[in-house]
Write a protein that binds this ligand. Structure first.
Ligand code: IMP
Length: 201
């Protein structure tokens, strides 16, 4: 089954494509579906609201099976920030680097045991029939004192998942795509599709 990815983030497309590929889905990017121009304003207060909004915008434009991801980092010492604001944490024109710098600055010298955090991903799948499935995945871990590694995107160089010594950037896509928030949400999606008896591979 082909699903259109409601995102223009190429890293997310790569990760979702690799994980859903193993479930029997083929992912199409917005530009492959002729929908490059659609840019959804993420003004919801929750990952669920933003994920649904992105999926609906693409589904309404093409009527095809659509998958959307809204995700972010929640840091305990910052009362769950940056949360839904993860992409624009450091303001207008934010980059991964400026977001990571702001995060490190806010955490200062807090010891490792006070640097707990989790990544969250909410995935919405809208089937061609209009049936919606919303799933959530979380990945607990710790914020490091400095970026480590080159791979991945976003906060990957600063995030050490529970049970590992390396950052997501250092661990690489093969491990990340097994244990990440996105992987867990998509595993839940696979289970839910099977539970509902939706045939897709
Ligand atoms: P959004 O879902 O488009 O609002 O953006 C999510 C933001 O959260 C990204 O721009 C990253 O800053 C961060 N984020 C989400 N998932 C990941 C991940 O797997 N690794 C690193 N950063 C992530």
């Amino acid at each position: 089954m082909i699903a259109v990815a409601a995102t223009r983030n190429r890293h997310k497309i790569e990760e979702i494509g690799a994980i859903m590929g193993a479930f029997g889905f083929t992912l199409q990017s917005q530009s492959e579906a002729g929908l490059e121009a659609i840019d959804v304003t993420e003004d919801g207060d929750t990952f669920e609201a933003n994920s649904l909004k992105k999926a609906m915008a693409i589904y309404q434009a093409c009527g095809k099976t659509t998958v959307a991801d809204d995700s972010g980092l929640m840091v305990d010492a910052l009362d769950g920030a940056p949360g839904v604001y993860s992409a624009r944490f450091s303001g207008e024109g934010a980059t991964d680097q400026s977001n990571n710098e702001k995060l490190l600055h806010l955490l200062g010298n807090l010891p490792l045991e006070e640097r707990s955090a989790k990544f969250v991903a909410v995935i919405t799948l809208i089937l061609e029939s209009g049936e919606k499935i919303v799933v959530r995945g979380e990945c607990p871990g710790t914020i490091l004192f400095a970026p480590k590694g080159e791979g991945g995107f976003g906060y990957d160089p600063l995030f050490c998942p529970e049970g590992y010594e390396e950052s997501f950037s250092e661990l690489g896509s093969e491990i990340k795509n097994k244990i990440s928030h996105r992987a867990k949400a998509l595993q839940a999606l696979d289970a839910e599709l099977k539970r509902r008896g939706v045939a897709y591979d």
